[in-house]
Design a binder for this molecule. Structure first.
Ligand code: NAD
Length: 253
């Protein structure tokens, strides 16, 4: 059912939250646009300016690695300045109230952790861009470590332990999904009685399979996104409005 207006959508969502025992939120780039981080697919989103660099290209080509780090450093001011928005804060309130065991996110911006979720309760399907990792041995590096070397040598550094390339700790297109996170996301999707997909175009697979999985296991499904998604027909409630305005009323103490 599509909410006829914002007010009735918020009211219905409030009832569903009150009736639910276990709520699992699933978030995409749309929850962070009010924090100044552009999404991929909105007009003016990141894809209008940059074609994504596939994992195989990153591995095979030094130029691709350097370009990928140049893009990341160009975004640093935006990521560093971003603070949790109303959507993040509303979910953190429900988490503190014990209704939300964990959040499943496609986002890489660390804003759920910044809003008060413990790191182990943020299931990051696509990793995290606020630090770097060696693609060989998995050693973590702070971004500053990469930046100093990049500025010094004009090229992205390799791992000091195994000499493999160092990449942001994100999952690129063509890269294997993280097994533990996929498993935990599936368990959460099956165990909840309310699943809320927020700010995702629901076109990036396999992540987009979780709303369906929850619905097929008996949960109610709510989709909050200002544009239609392919899964709207499955949902018990669709709120096609701004996320901050929709979730703002649920920000608690
Ligand atoms: P997407 O760009 O495909 O879709 C975002 C959706 O959010 C769009 O349908 C858009 O209409 C909607 N939206 C944007 N702002 C909104 C608002 N204020 N209120 C309501 N709706 C709003 O994003 P996706 O589905 O998350 O998939 C893209 C992939 O890109 C993700 O897997 C993620 O890894 C990555 N990404 C992450 C970030 C981030 O971490 N903040 C930013 C860009 C891309």
């Amino acid at each position: 059912m599509i909410a006829s207006d914002l007010r009735s959508g918020v009211e219905r969502l409030g009832d569903m939250i009150a009736e639910a025992k276990t709520i699992v939120p699933f978030t995409g780039a749309g929850i962070s646009t009010e924090c100044g981080i552009p999404d991929f697919r909105s007009p003016g989103g990141l894809w209008t300016s940059n074609r994504p660099i596939e994992f195989s290209e990153f591995v095979a080509s030094r130029d691709a690695r350097d370009e990928s780090w140049r893009r990341r450093f160009a975004m640093e001011e935006v990521f560093a300045a971003a603070r949790p928005g109303r959507g993040h804060r509303a979910l953190a309130s429900l988490y503190r109230a014990g209704k939300v065991p964990a959040v499943i996110t496609q986002n890489i911006d660390n804003l759920h952790q910044a809003s008060g979720f413990a790191a182990e309760h943020v299931i990051e399907l696509h990793g995290n861009t606020t630090y770097a990792k060696c693609i060989g041995c998995g050693q973590s590096y702070p971004l500053d470590w990469v930046k100093v070397r990049f500025d010094q040598d004009g090229a992205a550094p390799n791992c000091t332990i195994c000499d493999e390339p160092v990449k942001t700790a994100t999952i690129s297109f063509g890269q294997m999904m993280p097994e533990d996170e996929m498993q935990r996301a599936a368990e959460l999707s099956r165990a909840c009685d309310l699943f809320i997909a927020i700010g995702s175009s629901l076109v990036v697979w396999p992540a987009a399979g979780f709303p369906m999985m929850a619905k097929n296991n008996g949960a109610r499904l709510v989709i909050i996104n200002r544009e239609p998604t392919d899964q709207d027909d499955l949902a018990d409630l669709v709120i096609r409005h701004d996320i901050g305005e929709t979730l703002g009323p649920f920000v608690g103490n």
